[in-house]
Design a protein around this ligand. Structure first.
Ligand code: IPD
Length: 290
């Protein structure tokens, strides 16, 4: 058997074949975090991607390259989905092969403005099932980790989602997404209006989908919804939330589809279903259609 085949069959061989992968992810997330933190206050060359609100800097590309080249060297047979490689034309398809799903800087707009809410996110899936997630909040040096069946942690403190079921006591998180056309804005603002009319406590937008999802995993908010986020915003955070006892589903109320660019996450089923009933769909192209 060739080395790559052995690697791919690791899960069937028993033990914890992905433990080493997760350790490497933690090291790389910390290393990337140091690069991002240093670059935060420096001058940046900023370009746009799918819209004027979808930004990329040299640091995004540099960090993604650092992470993926280190992983390729260590795990040559694994697959990679990265935000900036996808923007540059790589296919964004999740197969059964061990696959790393990477956002080098989540919160690029924050990063550009020196707003210190930025993270690096590394998710890992095998047989299309998410195995672990590592998210590093670069400025606050908070490391969020989740391993399927083994819990979720922030700097080694176990995470637990909120158990709130009453919408009138809910703090809801969302993000705006990249589209700014009138129809999208009408739906986005309409969704906020519906939730405010339903008398939720509050709605917050922090500029980083992954860190908002980490707040949810920590119990600091009760629910999250978004249209227009990507698999690299969601992969690592999904494991962390589920391992913290939360729910991550599609905005229709059905099972999550990682490539669908939409999500509801919540501490309780009641809160997730409240959002599913309240919000209108905003259409985005699937990640695997690009
Ligand atoms: C984006 C941010 C933003 C959210 C977008 C994400 P990026 O990620 O999380 O808050 O609204 O949907 O794609 O581009 O900063 O990596």
């Amino acid at each position: 058997m060739k080395p790559c085949e052995e690697e791919g069959l690791g899960a069937a061989a028993g033990g914890d074949p992905w433990k080493e992968c997760m350790e490497v992810a933690v090291q790389l997330a910390r290393r990337a975090g140091q690069i991002i933190k240093k670059a935060l206050t420096e001058e940046k060359l900023v370009s746009t991607k799918t819209s004027a609100a979808d930004l990329v800097t040299e640091t995004d590309n540099f960090v993604e390259n650092v992470i993926i080249s280190a992983l390729k060297e260590k795990f040559p047979c694994h697959r990679f989905i990265g935000e900036e490689s996808t923007a540059a034309g790589s296919k964004c398809v999740l197969t059964d092969n061990p696959t790393w799903i990477i956002d080098p800087i989540d919160g690029t707009c924050n990063f550009v403005h020196r707003f210190p809410t930025v993270a690096v996110s590394i998710g890992f899936a095998v047989n299309q099932e998410l195995e672990f997630g590592v998210i590093y909040h670069c400025t606050e040096e908070r490391l969020y980790t989740g391993r399927r069946g083994q819990g979720a942690f922030c700097n080694e403190k176990r995470l637990q989602v909120s158990k709130e079921t009453d919408k009138s006591k809910a703090l809801i998180l969302t993000e705006i997404g990249p589209k700014r056309d009138p129809e999208t804005l009408k739906l986005f603002l309409g969704n906020m209006e519906s939730l405010l009319k339903a008398q939720v406590h509050g709605i917050r937008v922090i500029g980083s989908a992954t860190l908002a999802l980490c707040h949810l995993a920590s119990g600091a908010a009760d629910a999250y919804y978004q249209f227009g986020l990507h698999c690299w915003d969601l992969a690592a955070a999904t494991v962390i939330i589920r391992e913290a006892g939360g729910i991550v589903i599609d905005t229709s109320g059905g099972p999550l589809d990682l490539m669908s660019c939409r999500v509801i996450a919540a501490g309780t089923k009641e809160m997730a279903m409240f959002l599913a009933q309240e919000i209108q769909t905003i259409h985005y192209r699937r990640d695997d259609e690009n």
